[in-house]
Design a protein around this ligand. Structure first.
Ligand code: PMP
Length: 428
């Protein structure tokens, strides 16, 4: 193999099988949440005894924590190829980052978004009553994605501020979207672009300057760091001009009581224009530090090696599934599309939820089934009609009917060959 899997937490977790005995857990649901890198965990553990409040304390540990927090911001800016005046804002997750950007859009912004997006990048825009959203049909090739966007942008000109939101790699098909070309199309028509990189950053380098993208959003828990922290990075101007995402301490630079004639008055607030403007409240310093540690670990391991290793696993899974005639792999862009280690499929004659449950109970393999928070995309891929997803978001097909949901297998830097081999054996 090109390079060995990186050490991650959870490798020693053993799970019972219904058939008797137990096995080590095969985590093949990296796209939902990836296991933390051992290196990230060690960094966090080494720092934990020293943590203190950020931007608030005079004490030594507060100073240390503030340095770690701000240095983490710089590490992440470097990792993302940020330009000199870009801002890195710490959020809770990709969902939070995209909601922050939606809240920060200038008035009457026009948004363009493909119907194939994850709900986190599909839904925040309509929360703004003054924002006009254009939904674009699912393209069937990367070139068609560019053409569809070009046409929609051209048809609606002239407009004021405009934003294109697109995912870098699909959380359903794993397919890579032509981000550079979409960014060029957006800019050619005076629009900006935000990249939902939740599934891209764990697998590929993302360089904002090189891609000429305006913003990028991602989550720590998919990038081999623990839960609770995410990032929105990119252009500062719209963020600086917007009302603070959360109002409170840390975001405000100066607050003054204003007393009017009748004694009521109010407060005058000067908000920060740095990233702090949108980070009110005590920040998640551990979360930020963990993301920075993951960025360092991946950079040091080397993306070319990690990508080559992952491609071996992708090829193995694709070839193995192709040997099973009942398996249909879901794809928008066709069999030859470039993808990350994320792949969804249905199995003829099987309810996807039962299939996923059997992989867990009989083989100790953790995958995901359902509609993957991308309902319109999965329905397009399955050719199915909208159904009530039910309590668990996993509608059941009657025997002999088309599947209404799918099974997703996903992996990354910690996946050993054996997990992939066990998965293929189980499917067969
Ligand atoms: N976008 C994509 C492409 C995703 O895969 C996910 C997570 N499944 C999200 C956004 C949302 O991420 P989070 O749940 O961490 O906010």
């Amino acid at each position: 193999s090109v390079c060995a899997p990186l050490p991650v937490l959870g490798r020693d977790v053993r799970v019972p099988l219904v058939t008797g005995g137990e096995v080590d857990y095969a985590a093949l649901d990296y796209a939902a949440s990836a296991p933390a890198l051992q290196r990230v965990w060690d960094d966090v553990a080494a720092y934990a005894p020293y943590y203190g409040s950020v931007h608030r304390g005079a004490g030594y540990l507060s100073q240390l924590s503030t340095d770690l927090f701000e240095n983490s911001r710089r590490t992440i800016a470097d990792f993302l190829g940020c330009r000199a005046d870009d801002q890195v804002v710490f959020t809770r997750s990709t969902t939070d980052s995209l909601n922050l950007l939606a809240a920060a859009l200038p008035q009457d912004t026009r948004v363009f978004v493909f119907e194939t997006e994850h709900h986190a990048s599909l839904l925040p825009w309509e929360q703004r009553a003054d924002v006009d959203v254009t939904y674009l049909d699912a393209p069937r090739t990367p070139q068609q994605a560019v053409d569809t966007l070009e046409k929609a942008l051209a048809e609606r000109e002239p407009y004021g501020p405009a934003l294109v939101c697109v995912t870098g790699a699909s959380n359903v098909t794993g397919e890579l979207w032509p981000v550079r070309e979409l960014a060029a199309a957006a800019h050619a028509h005076g629009a900006r672009i935000v990249l939902d990189a939740a599934q891209l950053v764990p697998h590929h380098p993302v360089d904002l300057a090189e891609l000429d993208a305006d913003w990028v959003a991602f989550s720590g828990h998919k990038l081999y760091a623990p839960f609770g922290a995410g990032v929105l990075a990119g252009r500062a101007d719209w963020l600086q001009a917007a009302a603070p995402y959360l109002a409170g301490g840390g975001a405000s630079r100066k607050v003054t009581r204003r007393v009017s004639g009748d004694g009521a008055g109010g407060v005058d607030v000067e908000w920060h224009t740095t990233a702090a403007r949108h980070e009110a409240g005590s920040p998640n310093v551990i979360g930020a530090y963990a993301i920075a540690s993951a960025c360092r670990a991946l950079t040091e391991a080397g993306f070319p090696e990690l990508i080559a290793r992952e491609q071996e696993l992708i090829d193995r899974v694709t070839a193995g599934l192709a040997e099973v005639p009942e398996v249909q792999v879901l794809s928008l862009f066709g069999a030859d599309a470039a993808r990350v280690g994320v792949l969804s499929f249905v199995v003829e004659g099987w309810n996807s939820s039962h299939f996923a449950a059997a992989l867990s109970a009989e083989y100790g393999i953790g995958v995901r089934d359902g509609l993957f928070c991308a309902h319109p995309l999965v329905r397009t891929l399955l050719g199915s009609e909208p159904q009530d997803p039910g309590e668990c978001g996993a509608p059941e097909a009657a025997p002999g009917e088309r599947s209404l949901n799918a099974i997703r297998v996903s992996f990354g830097v910690g996946t050993p060959d054996e997990h992939v081999e066990r998965f293929l054996r189980a499917v067969k």
